[in-house]
Ligand binder design. Structure first.
Ligand code: HEC
Length: 197
């Protein structure tokens, strides 16, 4: 081409033309470079409620409230735990909470890792169904078992506790062996007299 310009260096006898990128290409490049700090400041630092993690948290909270609108806020007492141990649709939420937050320490099947085996009849801190929810809320052993009161919705605490209560009786062998004392059996069936067992 007429405006091809040879650069003045030579490598091993090879010379090259100076072929710069077209002007529109540089314009797009510089436009994205200028845009990126504005984007970063707006979505990751600045305007409250607009950062990705805040809007994610908000969405999660809205979604939970939507799902829980039907049952309201549950109390973590024995009749409630017993009831939800037999409600598979709601229990699925407890299963989800367990695999997100608990399996790293109690193993996916509940047989224990850092934390005790939850599938046998012996417990360190638990004597009744309500104790499970209490331990989940408050934690134990100076935080080795974390407190979930401020990290989970109260209904999530009830539902994950109901799920954990249901792991009892599987009696899976765990790496830690038996820890604690045998707890009295959970009461049977639904509190309204419909015995599902
Ligand atoms: C960082 C590790 C860790 C995580 C995560 C964890 N736990 Fe634990 N958990 C422990 C330890 C350790 C203990 C034993 C505490 C003790 O020695 O008294 C424990 C104890 C318990 C107990 C009482 C068991 C007993 O024998 O008395 C229950 C119930 C329990 N955890 C449920 C849960 C649930 C439900 C979750 C998820 C929401 C969870 N844990 C998440 C480490 C953990």
């Amino acid at each position: 081409m007429a405006d091809d310009r040879l650069l003045d260096h030579v490598y091993d006898g090879i010379q090259e033309y100076d072929n710069p990128c077209p002007r529109w290409w540089y314009l797009v490049l510089w436009a994205t470079v200028l845009f990126s700090p504005l984007y970063f400041l707006f979505f990751h630092v600045g305007s409250s409620g607009w950062t990705l993690s805040q809007s994610y948290d908000q969405e999660v909270a809205d979604n939970l409230n939507l799902r829980f609108a039907e049952i309201g806020e549950l109390t973590a007492d024995e009749p409630t735990l017993l009831k939800y141990m037999h409600e598979p649709d709601w229990l699925a939420i407890g299963t989800g909470v367990y695999s997100t937050h608990c399996k790293s320490c109690h193993a996916a099947d509940g047989s224990g890792l850092v934390g005790p085996n939850l599938t046998d009849d012996v417990y360190k801190n638990v004597r009744s169904l309500a104790d499970i929810a209490k331990i989940v809320e408050d934690g134990a052993a100076g935080g080795s078992m974390p407190a979930w009161r401020n990290r989970l919705h109260p209904n999530e605490i009830v539902l994950v506790s109901a799920y954990v209560a249901g792991l009892r009786g599987k009696n899976l062998p765990g790496p830690r062996g038996a820890e604690g004392k045998a707890a009295p059996p959970w009461p049977k069936g639904k509190p309204d007299g419909v015995d599902l067992q």
